[in-house]
Write a protein that binds this ligand. Structure first.
Ligand code: ADA
Length: 552
């Protein structure tokens, strides 16, 4: 399953997770688990290129079907009985493939996955994290009827009396000519139905519904109060399709220098977390994700930044339930100017923006969207690029603030564009300056350069430690002792500073990086984790816990 709960009771769906065959170009075949990444197979631990997944799919009677992929890293070409039926780029967003007439019988589903870098890939490039290969998230088979609920957006607004209104925007798509339809929504004890006249094949209808004055409990930090949003589509009084989601009622607002959640100023104490694990790579099961969250909660954290791409919806489902605030960002980490200027980049990042919002907009845990981590925010070209991306997100979701994490410290010219100003800073690690002095200098500069009166987040701060390397006396860089010293100074300074709305530590766990980064990264890993890649705590774990707990 792609989510942690059933999205459909009326629509028939089947999981296509499990063992598939994986064929390499040299003809070798491996049994391969889906979801998973092929780097978990010892022989393929460093394989970069194409490989073809295949399995049989049984269809019991001729049907219109949809194949739903949670994520394939990074380019997917999908074949049904050997015929191409669709393709997708980007490991971190899902996609659907429609097959209007799948005949009864046994079929072959194959997926060519490609994780190599090249001209056609502008988001996946050699980088300070690893591009794994494979079908990295779950796959589902959906049997569709004459018409389907193709999307169902929700947002909540609060009334003066403390009740909430639920705004629902749904899209109904006809896959065949239909008789008159009825779309009905149930949420928090309320319901509403709208009649739709018969639709022609391929027609789409947009519907807006309002459920007013709902008496609900608010979703809050560490209190993930969720409600089931149940949309059903009827034809001749019979249900033909449904779409179930879990939503939360909460408000997010910017008030001068503060970010407000349910009218209270939030203080972010969080982690940057890559989707990476020493044994599983990019493809973690919900239990492993939950273990990550347990460790973060144990340290007193209340927030996660999904650096640097949209995350597995199962992870977001867990954050919804646990009441953990999420900064979700699209897929762009420190991309060089020549890539940012390509037409293909504009197309690929715009698709990523659309897919991220379309697939994740209903998660109450997401309180802010981020774009273009550490890209060119110091030039006029960059200004146009940031403006375009931030505005695209605003138009897709006008209900949340938007931001970007900048490292163009003291020369950024885009701060005016963001609702929240965010900086990645490494004083005491890359820069030799006491943290409090550096912060004071940064804040004085930003107030004069577009950030005046806006909330400020420190989206990255941290230091590296090679796990198990100790140096109790000299406390050399890369020792666990030095990392702990630096994080203590950094967190103390940031959390004591009232102008700052919070901090995300770089980073939760050590992660693998591309081979091209080896000379800058001992172990060919980014070692700034507070736990190592197998989640074994470093010395800094207790320091972080002490700092977060004392600033609650
Ligand atoms: C950057 C970047 C991270 C990581 C970090 C580091 O700020 O956003 O992805 O590379 O630096 O470890 O240097």
């Amino acid at each position: 399953m792609i989510r942690l709960f059933n999205e459909h009771f009326v629509r028939r769906t089947e999981s296509l997770d499990g063992l598939w065959n994986l064929r390499l170009p040299d003809g070798k075949i491996f049994p391969m688990i889906v979801p998973g990444v092929w780097e978990t197979i010892p022989e393929l631990a460093a394989y970069e290129g194409k490989a073809v997944y295949a399995r049989n799919v049984e269809i019991d009677h001729e049907s219109c079907i949809m194949l739903r992929f949670g994520g394939v890293s990074h380019t997917a070409k999908v074949f049904w009985d050997g015929k191409p039926v669709g393709s997708h780029y980007n490991a971190y967003t899902g996609f659907d493939i429609l097959i209007e007439k799948a005949s009864a019988g046994l079929h072959t589903l194959s997926v060519e996955a490609d994780n190599s870098f090249g001209e056609n890939s502008t988001l996946h490039i050699p980088n300070d994290y690893f591009t794994y290969g494979g079908i990295n998230r779950s796959v589902e088979l959906h049997f569709l009827s004459e018409a389907v609920i193709s999307s169902q957006y929700f947002y909540a607004s609060e009334n003066d009396d403390g009740t909430f209104d639920a705004h629902i925007k749904a899209e109904i798509r006809a896959l065949n000519d239909t008789f008159p339809l009825c779309y009905r929504v149930e949420l928090a004890g309320a319901s509403k139905a709208i009649d739709i006249e018969g639709m022609k094949k391929d027609e789409t209808k947009r519907i807006e519904l309002l459920l007013e004055g709902l008496h609900v409990r608010t979703w809050d930090v560490h209190s993930g109060q969720l409600y089931q949003l149940n949309g059903t589509l009827y034809q001749n009084c019979l249900p033909i399709d449904d779409l179930i989601d879990r939503v939360g009622f909460r408000t997010v607002a910017i008030d001068g220098e503060s970010i407000l959640l349910n009218h209270k100023r939030i203080r972010i104490m969080g982690f940057n977390r890559h989707e990476d694990h020493g044994q599983l790579g990019l493809s973690m099961d919900a239990g492993t994700m939950m273990c990550d969250l347990q460790l973060m909660l144990d340290m007193g954290a209340n927030a996660v930044r999904t650096c640097h791409y949209p995350n597995d919806p199962k992870f977001l489902d867990l954050c919804d339930e646990l009441g953990i605030l999420v900064w979700e960002e699209h897929h762009a980490r420190a991309l060089p100017g020549e890539i940012l200027r390509k037409g293909l980049f504009a197309e690929q990042i715009s698709d990523c923006n659309e897919e991220m919002i379309h697939q994740h907009v209903n998660h109450p845990c997401i309180y802010i969207w981020g774009v273009l981590n550490e890209c060119e925010s110091e030039t006029e070209f960059g200004h146009t690029l940031y403006e375009k991306n931030l505005n695209q997100l605003r138009s897709l979701d006008p209900t949340r603030p938007v931001s970007f994490a900048s490292c163009r410290l003291f020369n950024d010219i885009c701060l005016d564009l963001a609702d929240v100003v965010s900086f990645n800073i490494y004083p005491a690690w890359y820069i030799n300056e006491p943290v409090a002095d550096y912060l004071a200098r940064l804040i004085a500069w930003m107030e004069e350069n577009g950030a005046k009166g806006k909330p400020v987040l420190i989206t990255e701060i941290g230091a590296g430690a090679i796990p198990g390397y100790h140096d109790a006396f000299r406390r050399a860089k890369w020792s666990e002792e030095r990392q702990a010293d630096i994080l203590e100074e950094q967190l103390q300074a940031v959390l004591d500073n009232e102008r700052i709305s919070g901090v995300y530590i770089w980073q939760f766990a050590d992660v693998k990086v591309s081979e091209e980064w080896a000379m800058r990264r001992p172990r060919t890993m980014n070692n700034k984790g507070v736990v190592d890649e197998y989640r074994r705590p470093k010395l800094s774990y207790l320091i972080v816990k002490q700092q977060f707990m004392s600033h609650l």
